[in-house]
Write a protein that binds this ligand. Structure first.
Ligand code: CTP
Ligand code: MG
Length: 223
C-alpha cells in the first residue's frame, strides 16, 4: 500500500534546553531531524515524507534536511495541531500513514516494518514497551498509592494508521482538543489499535540528559 510518513518537528523542546529546539541539535555531527528523516526516507516501505515545523525554524529545518526530499508544512501550538497540519499536506494517493516524533532519531527499519505489517490486520498500530519501574501516585512530596502495573505499557512512535480511518478520527476530534499521541485520537474514535514491540533504543530525546545518553550510544557504535 502507498505509505506516507509525517515527522512532527514543530515543538520548542523546552525540557531539553540547549539554545535551539532539540530536533535541530547535533548528535555525532548530524542534526537530530536529519537522523530521524533519513531512517524514514531510506525505508523501502515509505513512499513520501511530510515534515511539520515551526515557521521560525525554516532555515534550521532546511539545513538539517539537506537533500532529503520532504514537504515542509507549518505546525501548530500542540502536537495534535501539528499532526493535523501534516495530515492536510499528505499526497492524495496515500493509504497508510506513519506518524513519528522528530525527537526519536534511533528508530529502526525493523520497528517501521513491524508497524506497517500490523496495519494489514488492524486499523492502527502502536509500538509499546513494558513498564519496569514500580509506579506510584502521590503529590506534594508524598507517595500515596502504588499503581497496579499489570496491563500497562509505554507508548512510542512511529504510530501507524490506515489513513482514511485516522482522517475520520481527527475530523471527529474538537478543534481545540490536544491529545498525547495519535493512538489516543484513534481510540477516541473507536478504532482498534494493535500493539507491536517497541524498542528501548527508540527513546525520545526529552531531557538534557537524554542527549548525553544519545552521544554515548553513538560513540559506542551501537547505532
Ligand atoms: N511537536 C510538534 N508540535 C508541537 C509540539 C510538539 O510537532 N506543537 C513535536 C515535537 O517537535 C517532537 C514531538 O512532537 O518531535 C514530541 O513532543 P515533545 O517531545 O514534547 O517535544 P517538544 O514539545 O518540542 O518538547 P517540550 O514538551 O519539552 O517543549
Ligand atoms: Mg511537548
Amino acid at each position: 500500500p502507498r505509505t506516507a510518513a509525517i515527522i512532527v518537528a514543530a515543538g520548542r523542546g523546552e525540557r531539553a534546553g540547549g539554545g535551539i529546539p532539540k530536533q535541530y541539535r547535533m548528535l555525532g555531527g548530524v542534526a537530530v531531524l536529519r537522523r530521524t528523516a533519513e531512517v524514514l526516507d531510506r525505508h523501502p516501505g515509505v513512499d513520501s515524507l511530510v515534515v511539520v515545523i515551526n515557521p521560525d525554524d525554516a532555515r534550521l529545518a532546511h539545513e538539517a534536511l539537506g537533500d532529503i526530499e520532504a514537504v515542509l508544512v507549518p505546525g501548530g501550538a500542540t502536537r495534535t495541531a501539528s499532526v493535523r497540519a501534516g495530515l492536510a499536506a499528505l499526497p492524495g494517493n496515500a493509504e497508510l500513514v506513519l506518524i513519528h516524533d522528530a525527537a526519536r532519531p534511533f528508530v529502526s527499519a525493523a520497528l517501521i516494518d513491524r508497524v506497517i505489517d500490523a496495519l494489514a490486520r488492524c486499523e492502527s498500530a502502536l509500538p509499546v514497551l513494558p513498564v519496569s519501574d514500580a509506579l506510584w501516585r502521590g503529590s506534594e512530596g508524598l507517595a500515596e498509592t502504588a499503581i497496579d502495573r499489570s496491563g500497562l505499557f509505554r507508548a512510542q512512535t512511529p504510530q501507524g494508521f490506515r489513513l482514511d480511518a485516522l482522517l475520520a478520527a481527527y475530523d471527529r476530534l474538537p478543534d481545540d482538543t490536544a491529545m498525547a499521541d495519535d493512538a489516543e485520537v484513534a481510540r477516541a474514535a473507536g478504532l482498534s489499535v494493535a500493539t507491536v514491540a517497541g524498542a528501548e533504543e527508540n527513546f525520545k530525546l526529552t531531557l538534557a540528559s537524554d542527549f548525553e545518553r544519545a552521544e554515548q550510544i553513538l560513540t559506542s557504535g551501537d547505532c
